[in-house]
Design a protein around this ligand. Structure first.
Ligand SMILES: Cc1cc2nc3c(=O)[nH]c(=O)nc-3n(C[C@H](O)[C@H](O)[C@H](O)COP(=O)(O)O)c2cc1C
Length: 375
């Protein structure tokens, strides 16, 4: 079964958000990437840095994403943060925000002199214990990127000990509305598979919002071994649980069908039996998953209260409002009058005021309070 990863997202991929996802999708997300941690600020002991390195609720599944335009601070920060445990250190080579690129960070690492990027990776790899993974999240490159250059960039990553690549197959300037270049993603993954086999894990990211879109991406990029999801998992914190169940169901069904085909028995009765097997697999999976498991309805007000409580516990007071506004800007998309609701929430002066805005909305729209999971 492919693995599922939560995307690094500044102001969103923090512990308060991860707790919500883990609550509604227990054990379904294989890797939780953190929001990017600015290496220089981190080693300088910035006031808020302790909040960026909170590892909960699943420290063993955290991937720490670092950003910086210079190699030495990145290596220094990587060394300290690797000491906190988790799966490994990820270098942000995809962020295109102008202030990040100006610092020489994010996608600038794909565009600058190759020797500089090589040196960054060499230093970070050396700073991080061997049993911790070094990964890179990247885009395709600039608007005029060439596939050959992308492949040789990937060769350089491999030579420097990178063992997982997450590709968001858009160019530097491409916004989220333009479709990703899935073809080139598949070409890159063919290259990685051919030359590095299982020593580099190939993960894909972009526009996955449900099982159907995941299957479409899987068809276009069949060599992807992992699927990273960002915005949709914020809007629907139960999404990973739903996807994991559907993937498990699919793989039980697939392997049963494959076995039947191998035995030359793939008639319709046998296929129906295989399908039953798939359903049984799905039930087992649902039974295994604590509170998020077999439910088909989710109480919106429970999510709102839980998120607010988590924020108070996991974030400094200075961040409460802005982080809540950012989360609710995605979460409100679940409702018919999303813009109206978000405006009410956004105008609230404090966290209790935000909760009241939701309560007032559900008084007017009681049928919308309970959200369905796509089971
Ligand atoms: C609000 C926001 C913040 C983001 N911050 C980061 C970041 O810190 N590091 C990073 O590598 N990508 C960042 N991204 C990009 C996402 O990780 C991901 O590549 C992008 O959202 C596409 O995936 P999606 O379609 O599943 O959302 C951010 C995206 C959003 C929407």
């Amino acid at each position: 079964m492919p693995k599922l990863l939560f995307a690094p997202m500044a102001t969103l991929s923090h512990e308060a958000m991860r707790r919500i996802i883990e609550h509604y999708s227990p054990c379904a997300c294989d890797e939780y990437y953190t929001e990017m941690i600015q290496a220089t600020t981190f080693i300088g002991g910035g006031k808020f840095e302790q909040f960026y390195v909170r590892p909960g609720p699943c420290p063993e599944r955290v991937v720490w994403q670092l950003t910086c335009g210079k190699a030495e601070p990145m290596a220094q920060a990587a060394k300290i943060i690797a000491g906190l445990g988790g799966i490994g250190i990820d270098i942000n080579m995809g962020c295109c925000a102008p202030e990040i690129v100006r610092q020489g960070a994010g996608i600038a690492w794909m565009l600058k002199d190759r020797a500089e990027t090589e040196e960054l990776l060499r230093l970070v790899r050396k700073a991080v214990p061997e049993n911790m993974r070094l990964s890179v999240k990247m885009r395709l490159g600039d608007e005029d990127y060439k596939l050959d250059e992308l492949l040789s960039f990937a060769d350089m990553l491999a030579a420097q000990g990178v063992s997982q690549i997450v590709l968001h197959p858009r160019t530097r300037k491409a916004k989220f509305k333009r479709p990703p270049h899935w073809n080139d993603a598949q070409k890159l993954f063919e290259h990685l598979e051919k030359h590095y086999g299982s020593s580099i894990c190939r993960c894909i990211n972009g526009n996955i919002v449900d099982f159907q879109s995941l299957c479409s991406v899987q068809k276009l990029v069949p060599l992807a071994e992992g699927f990273m999801i960002g915005r949709a998992a914020v809007q629907k914190p139960w999404l990973f649980g739903d996807l994991a169940r559907q993937l498990a169901q699919d793989s039980v069904g697939q392997s049963a069908v494959e076995q039947l085909e191998a035995a030359g028995l793939a008639g319709s009765a046998c296929l129906a039996a295989a399908q039953d097997g798939a359903n049984a697999g799905a039930e087992e999976c649902a039974d295994g998953g604590a509170s998020g498991g077999a439910q088909s309805k989710i109480d919106s007000l429970e999510i709102v209260s839980m998120f607010i409580d988590n924020l108070v516990e996991c974030q400094p007071e200075e961040f409460w409002l802005s982080r809540a506004q950012r989360f609710f800007s995605y979460f409100c998309k679940n409702y018919s009058f999303a813009n109206y609701l978000f405006t009410q929430v956004n105008n609230a002066k404090n966290l209790p005021g935000m909760k009241q805005a939701f309560e007032a909305y559900f008084e007017k729209m009681p049928n919308e309070r309970f959200l369905s999971r796509s089971l």
